[in-house]
Write a protein that binds this ligand. Structure first.
Ligand SMILES: C[S@@+](CC[C@H](N)C(=O)[O-])C[C@H]1O[C@@H](n2cnc3c(N)ncnc32)[C@H](O)[C@@H]1O
Length: 235
């Protein structure tokens, strides 16, 4: 499958959705929850604010943000694939007091009004977009003046070195075999392909500045395996 092909990506995540949470827990040994918490902590959402979770998947971040901004705040969670969004809504049904609304839309062209949010997050989404720069531009458009945003994803590493060797070993020898066992080999083989076209940390910062962010910092997590891009509209 060609990374960045919108229809193929949507089909992929519809197919993966029923197994996504379990595989995520298994393959990261639960660490994805820790990285997501780090993302949220870095951005400090507070009660009463409005937040947007782009590429929300099954809703981990949207629900966590809902807990931070309740009771008077609001979260809009966006994904373009129906199956993960259905699962996110089912999870929300168990905690309907959280102020979260789920919307099916493209993260690059959400259709939401400009300056709609105090904060925007995107976890493991940017890499999948047809045009990551357009995704960052939309993220910038959605933020109010003073708004902040965070993008969490795999870290694109230089081709050689221990961290890159480990990443290749992990993706080829752990992720793909585990996914193959539940019939999702091709879908998870896509992960490594999608990383090949993904900008590295410095390129992401440059991209963020091009679309108007005054401040962009990228730091790696877990010995370089993951990357966290933190963005502010103002200095
Ligand atoms: C790897 S999952 C991450 C889900 C969730 N954010 C998480 O961290 O668990 C990527 C999600 O991005 C969604 N996605 C991919 N391209 C998208 C696009 N153009 N617009 C909106 N969502 C998109 C997929 O449907 C999928 O649910």
């Amino acid at each position: 499958m060609r990374p960045g092909d919108p229809d193929a990506v949507e089909q992929l995540f519809d197919a993966v959705a029923p197994r996504y949470d379990r595989l995520n827990d298994l393959l990261s040994l639960g660490l994805h929850r820790h990285w997501k918490r780090q993302l949220v902590r870095s951005l400090r959402p507070v009660a009463g604010e409005r937040w947007i979770d782009l590429c929300c998947g099954t809703g981990d971040l949207a629900l966590e943000l809902g807990r931070c901004v309740r009771p008077a705040g609001a979260v809009v969670a966006i994904d373009n694939a129906a199956a993960p969004l259905d699962l996110a809504r089912q999870r929300w049904n168990g905690q309907p007091w959280l102020p979260v609304e789920f919307v099916q839309a493209d993260a690059q062209t959400t259709g939401l009004p400009p300056a709609a949010a105090d904060g925007v997050v995107m976890a493991y989404g940017l890499r999948n977009l047809a045009d990551p720069e357009q995704g960052l531009q939309e993220l910038h458009r959605l933020l109010k003046p003073g708004g902040r945003a965070g993008v969490l994803d795999f870290n694109r590493l230089p081709a050689s070195g221990f961290a890159a060797d480990f990443q290749r070993f992990y993706l080829r020898r752990m992720v793909v075999p585990a996914a193959s066992a539940v019939g999702l080999r091709d879908q998870y083989a896509y992960l490594e392909k999608s990383l090949e076209r993904f900008p590295n940390g410095s390129e992401q910062m440059a991209m963020a500045r091009r679309v108007g962010f005054a401040k962009a910092t990228h730091r790696s997590l877990m010995a370089g395996q993951m990357g966290l891009l933190l963005l502010s509209r103002e200095r």
